[in-house]
Write a protein that binds this ligand. Structure first.
Ligand SMILES: Cc1ncc(COP(=O)(O)O)c(C=O)c1O
Length: 438
């Protein structure tokens, strides 16, 4: 039995079924590559689900964490505060869009950031309702499950969920939902289900992650801003997956010119350490009473040290510009592949948050989850780690680290093409089919 097979069996015996895994057991990782317990090498286009924008074990981030660990690893910011927390808040306040005073609160996970953003918006408005969107994903805690607009695997069997959460349609041009239709759906909600004057917040991912890498049309985001202004609703941009240079700007919403009231960040900001935050307008962020926000581990010193190093690396290595270049290259590659493979219905994304959707027939656009799963399996067998997404699990998303060397990116895209052609039954002689073992 291989070491991987042995570990898969032990996992089945010791870890609950609900914790899904790919079955890859990692012993080492370096920038955009992984090595497993059996010595197999993988190119990593998953990046820990969009966490490692700065790559695995970036030397500058590892050094910053090691240096902090030499001094102190935990005090709890509420008990023994430290300058690095305050300074990271200052840096993010300066980076976030909006010509107004901002404040930042640190937490540990993406879901926790969303929970706190909703708490803050409710306190500020003294209202309870929250509007989220179909296909959105915001986490696995009770409130964030309620916000999530994707039943499987996130919501089934886990209810009841907190009340006063409503879902409106997310515009999906490929699926025939225009900006005008999505706005009409919001109007329907306001007339039929919830008074806009009772709504504390509208929560939207500028680019949906789990939902299928759907880019919110900029005119839709602008319209949401107008609706929030009209009714005194707090606009929350969930940038947990789309933020921290991934789309070619520090925050994806900057592409639209829209300034949200609150921004949730996680994943990329910690460079692999658990760190999340809520950045927002000071007048809103300051609403809650002292002691109402925080937590034992929020803004842990090691994670904060990593956060500073992540921002330094993004600046020093020009990772926003690099994300734009990687994204453009991926798009060209995928559009060429789509000309050969009719099952690729749409290539979409923003910056280095690129994806392609698989359909059984380009005319009916019926989702093809089986083909998507086959592409992931073929890629993995060839040494490329990929993730799917989409409410119908028929989208392949590419989340390569922004630090990936050109040669490794090229190698990964070659494997991807071979895997797609192989799974689609078009043959994939040679290109990308050789299994690299190191
Ligand atoms: C947009 C978005 N929000 C929130 C979350 C939840 O983050 P976490 O898994 O760190 O709780 C995710 C995770 O994938 C996400 O993509």
């Amino acid at each position: 039995m291989s070491k991987s097979a042995d570990l898969r069996a032990r996992k089945t015996a010791a870890v609950p079924n609900g914790v899904g895994t790919k079955g890859i057991y990692v012993v080492r990782a370096e920038n955009s590559e992984l090595w497993d317990v059996d010595g197999r090498r993988y190119i990593d286009f998953a990046a820990g689900i969009g966490v490692l924008n700065t790559g695995h074990r970036h030397p500058r981030i590892m050094a910053a964490v090691a240096e902090q660990a030499e001094r102190f690893a935990h005090t709890c910011f509420h008990v023994g505060s430290y300058e690095s927390y305050v300074h990271l808040a200052e840096r993010l306040n300066a980076l976030a869009p909006g010509a107004f005073a901002k404040k930042t609160l640190f937490l540990s996970s993406g879901a926790e950031a969303l929970e706190n953003a909703v708490k803050i918006a409710r306190y500020h408005t003294q209202r309870s309702a929250v509007i989220a969107f179909s296909g959105g994903f915001h986490g696995r805690t009770l409130m964030t499950m309620a916000l999530t607009g994707k039943v499987m695997p996130y919501k089934r069997g886990f209810g009841p969920f907190p009340a006063e959460v409503y879902h409106a349609e997310f515009p999906l041009p490929y699926r025939g939902v225009t900006t005008a239709q999505a706005l009409a759906d919001l109007d329907r909600l306001f007339h039929g289900d919830v008074d806009p004057q009772a709504v504390a917040a509208i929560v939207i991912e500028p680019v949906q992650g789990e939902g299928g890498f759907n880019v919110a049309p900029f005119d839709f985001l602008r319209a949401l801003r107008g609706i929030c202004d009209e009714h005194g609703i707090v606009l929350i941009a969930d940038e947990v997956q789309s933020g921290i240079a991934r789309t070619g700007k520090m925050f994806a919403i900057e592409h639209s010119g829209v300034v949200p009231d609150l921004i949730t960040v996680a994943k990329g900001i910690g460079g692999g350490l658990p760190l999340s935050g809520v950045i927002g307008k000071a007048t809103i962020m300051d609403s809650a009473h002292t002691g109402g926000l925080g937590g034992t581990y929020g803004g842990n010193p090691l994670s904060i040290a990593a956060g500073h190093a992540v921002l330094d690396v993004i600046e020093a290595e020009g990772l926003c510009a690099r994300a734009a270049r990687i994204g453009a290259h991926m798009r060209t590659h995928l559009e060429a592949l789509a000309k050969e493979v009719s099952a690729i219905g749409e290539v979409r994304g923003l910056g280095a948050m690129m994806a392609f959707e698989l359909v059984k027939d380009p005319k009916t656009r019926e989702p093809d989850a089986a083909l998507t799963a086959a592409i992931l399996a073929s890629a993995e067998q060839r040494g490329l780690v990929l993730l799917s997404c989409g409410t119908a699990a028929n989208v392949v998303r590419l989340l390569a680290p922004l630090t990936i060397p050109d040669a490794v990116l090229e190698e990964g895209l070659g494997i991807l093409s071979a895997a797609v052609k192989d799974a689609a039954g078009l043959g994939a002689a040679g290109n990308g089919s050789a299994r690299a073992v190191a």
